[in-house]
Design a protein around this ligand. Structure first.
Ligand SMILES: Nc1ncnc2c1ncn2[C@@H]1O[C@H](COP(=O)(O)OP(=O)(O)O)[C@@H](O)[C@H]1O
Ligand SMILES: [Mg+2]
Length: 371
């Protein structure tokens, strides 16, 4: 039996909420360190504290009250965490895995060390070097901040000179200039690694992005069997290499029929939300099981197909009263409207992924409005 009774979540967004719901079902207690007083976590943990995830004292506050720390975002300082670990604080994933998860440059180095195919990348730290690198890719390039980006916010897809110059005027820090790949499809794989090192994989999902942000996801991904198996093997290999305990998501591109690794996240992920309805054990429950040192649950699908669509921006006035019957499961996060912000998601289960996508996207469109 695990001796862990109480989990401390660093972060207070929707991932923290869904982790907490899963933890409560497992009989675990949860404390959280939120970023703002209106974070979704306060709806279920009114005593959560607002603090700075990069601040040692705030992390120590959480560690003092809990048996293990875990995370719902990457905006942390792994060196601060490493200091706490040296004092005996248990963190899952640990500072070593998080140091890679928070930094796309280190991710690229890891993929190279593991011999994995990825977009050609040149690392730069100023605008002139970036413009030279873009030319080296014949102007077919994508710029990414090494740290701090999410939901396409740290990604620049328009690399015309004036836009690049403007972008560098904000604090972008170290930047990865990547060859813009002719991506045929995108997929994501969730694997969960227990405290004992055992890894279990979920069925790969097909993801569709617009403006660099995930729009919808479907499963089965209907990729080539060997491609799906390879993706799960690669994700498992990465989880073991960086010693993740908990959920790991790896995003891939399919280019010329082959996999390229894009990036990773060492936490439950938007592309895995449909595991709540579509699998025996959701990504959130399996993350909490791993973090608490409990045996992992089955990752098998319990429906023929499912799709998840994000609800982005704001809610239509009718949204809260909307009745979708059996069409979709609605998850609203209780977040304020903001352009481009994920404020909820819907999941549809169906006999085919195509049918599930139609239902999920239709419901998301009925719920959301641009703000
Ligand atoms: N090298 C690339 N070539 C073509 N498209 C890319 C490339 N890198 C990223 N993209 C597009 O931008 C999206 C977001 O990039 P990603 O690195 O995953 O950033 P984020 O951390 O915001 O998810 C990807 O899902 C893909 O659609
Ligand atoms: Mg991504």
């Amino acid at each position: 039996m695990s001796s862990i009774r109480c989990v401390g979540i660093v972060g207070g967004g929707q991932l923290a909420v869904m982790m907490t719901e899963a933890a409560h079902r497992l009989g675990l207690q949860v404390e959280a360190l939120a970023r703002c007083p209106d974070d979704p976590i306060f709806r279920i943990l009114p005593n959560a504290r607002v603090g700075d995830a990069r601040c040692e004292e705030d992390l120590q506050w959480l560690a003092d009250r809990t048996d293990v720390l875990t995370f719902d975002h990457e905006l942390i300082d792994h060196r601060v965490l490493a200091r706490l670990e040296a004092d005996g604080v248990v963190s899952r994933p640990g500072s070593c895995a998080l140091s890679v998860a928070v930094n796309k440059q280190l991710q690229a180095d890891l993929f190279t060390a593991l011999g994995l195919r990825q977009p050609d990348t040149i690392v730069v730290s100023d605008v002139n070097a970036a413009l030279t690198a873009i030319r080296a890719f014949d102007d077919a390039a994508v710029l990414k901040t090494a740290t701090g980006g999410y939901d396409g916010r740290g990604v620049l897809l328009d690399v015309s000179e004036s836009v690049v110059r403007q972008w560098f005027r904000s604090e972008v820090g170290t930047v990865l200039v990547q060859r813009r790949e002719a991506i045929a499809d995108e997929l994501a794989v969730q694997v969960v690694r227990g405290a004992d090192g055992i890894v279990a994989g979920y069925a790969p999902v097909r993801t569709v992005q617009s403006d660099g942000m995930c729009s919808y996801v479907s499963v089965p991904g209907e990729f080539d069997d060997s491609l799906e198996r390879t993706a799960i093997t690669i994700a498992s290999q990465i989880a073991t290499a960086i010693d993740v305990v908990g959920l790991l998501t790896v995003e891939f591109f399919v280019v010329d029929g082959e996999l390229m690794v894009n990036e990773l996240a060492a936490r439950p992920h938007n592309s895995g939300h449909l595991t709540i309805e579509a699998t025996r054990t959701s990504q959130f429950e399996n993350h909490m099981r791993a973090v608490a040192g409990l045996p992992l649950g089955s990752t098998a699908m319990v429906v023929p197909a499912a799709a998840m669509a994000n609800v982005i921006g704001g809610l239509t006035p009718a949204a809260r009263g909307a009745l979708f019957g059996d069409e979709v499961a609605v998850h609203l996060y209780g977040k304020r409207s903001r352009p481009g912000r994920k404020i909820g998601h819907v999941t549809a289960v169906a006999d085919s992924p195509q049918e599930a996508i139609v239902r999920a996207v239709r419901a998301a469109n009925e719920l959301q409005t641009t703000v």
